[in-house]
Design a protein around this ligand. Structure first.
Ligand SMILES: [Cu+2]
Length: 412
């Protein structure tokens, strides 16, 4: 398939574009047809009724000297017509609607299952291989993860929420489904054509050029996921791009998301801050208070605890690796000043040990103390170097590297 045939098949005509977003899923076209039928049937009856009403008003206006009729007489053919014709119209709406809805309500066999979690104020996709998206972009005033799905086969979205009710809304797929805490809801879609491709050079999904002129478009490629249930003050920022990838590209992208080994601790921590949903509540700016405390300058400061495990032990803690780990896995243990009684939801089992260390290293790098920042950098660099060394060692035995010292500048 060439890009130009692809873009023409994705293009919608001007009339459709007036009413609908692009037909992104296999069943979108049928939904448009039902919508048009109901719309035009309603429009036709509206016109007939309004014309008749005005005509009757003029035709049967009360005139001086003409006595009013006591009651209109009976007209059997007319009464049958105005009962049967609308009944046929309603029956078409009902049966056609049901027939179109049932396949949409039942997920096809063998669909790729993606666990979707809504939280204030971000969506999260967890893929069958356990990966979550590490690719982010600036969208709707936030750095938000992009979500890839495969083209040409059904994808099942298993929806839940960690806090309040949200609504999973992808207009191009004609999906809008509520998400609840402690309960699953399900929907599915089959995206028709790829909107993105996978670039192995940097491991990112990139948009196809719709104009086929060799340049990328302004990034308006792919579809948008929104929240359609008012869920708090940043509700409108629960916006993510859905990138549709051809099967091999999708698999390569998935593999890439799952492999955080090569990402240095500091970068990984900064990434997880955005992709893990932390950014929705935590600022990294000095004094920036969200639903949770800013991470800026908290490293090394003291924290009171809720319940001493035994009376001799002081329940307090100092913000370090251990404290951050506990705050994420058992957030009910301690509290930040000013946040007593405010609880963060629990992230037990969400992050690997290395990812928890990455978050701690990132928080350490946000310290006001230059020595702590330097230590975080060293930790990250040392780990990356050790990893690179063991990778190189595995690849070609012990490499005889030259002096690790930077060679002196020539001249001088
Ligand atoms: Cu929401």
């Amino acid at each position: 398939m060439t890009l130009s045939t692809m873009s023409s098949s994705l293009a919608t005509n001007a009339w459709d574009a007036l009413w609908f977003r692009e037909n992104g899923s296999a069943y979108a076209g049928e939904y448009n047809s039902i919508y048009y039928f109901i719309f035009w049937a309603s429009a036709a009856f509206f016109v007939v009724l309004m014309v008749l009403m005005v005509w009757f008003m003029l035709r049967y206006k009360r005139r001086p000297g003409v006595a009013a009729e006591v009651s209109a007489s009976h007209n059997t053919p007319l009464e049958i017509a105005w009962s049967v014709i609308p009944a046929i119209g309603f029956a078409i709406m009902f049966f056609w609607g049901t027939w179109a809805y049932l396949p949409k309500a039942v997920v096809p066999e063998g669909a790729e299952t993606i666990n979707v979690t809504a939280q204030q104020w971000q969506w999260k996709f967890e893929y069958p291989n356990g990966a979550t998206s590490l690719q982010t972009e600036w969208i709707s005033d936030m750095e938000q993860p992009l979500f890839a799905i495969p083209a040409g086969r059904p994808v099942k979205f298993l929806l839940s929420s960690t806090d309040v009710i949200h609504s999973f809304y992808i207009p191009e797929f004609r999906i809008k489904r509520d998400c609840f805490p402690n309960r699953y809801t399900v929907c599915w879609a089959e995206a028709k054509e790829p909107t993105h491709w996978f670039d192995p050079a940097d491991g990112l999904a990139k948009p196809y050029d719709k104009n086929d002129d060799g340049k990328f478009t302004d990034g308006e490629q792919g579809y948008y996921l929104y929240c359609a249930e008012y869920c708090g003050d940043q509700h409108s920022q629960m916006t993510h791009r859905i990138a549709v990838l051809a099967e091999p590209d999708y698999q390569a992208w998935l593999e890439k998301q799952n492999n955080t080994d090569g990402v240095p601790l500091l970068d990984l921590g900064a990434k997880l801050y955005k992709t893990g949903g932390c950014a929705a509540c935590h600022s990294v700016q000095p004094g920036g208070v969200g639903t949770g405390p800013s991470w800026h300058g908290i490293w090394g400061t003291a924290r009171p605890g809720y319940q001493p495990l035994n009376a001799d032990e002081n329940a307090g803690a100092v913000v370090d690796e251990q404290y951050i780990r506990t705050s994420i896995i058992e957030p009910q243990s301690y509290y930040a000043p000013g946040f007593q009684g405010v609880q963060m939801s629990q992230y037990a089992g969400v992050f690997t040990d290395r990812e928890l260390r990455a978050i701690a290293t990132y928080i350490q790098s946000l310290s006001d103390d230059p020595a702590a920042v330097e230590k975080a950098k060293q930790k990250s660099d040392a780990e990356a170097a050790a990893q690179a060394a063991s990778d190189a060692g595995a690849a070609e035995g012990a490499a005889d590297e030259s002096d690790p010292e930077v060679p002196a500048e020539p001249g001088a």
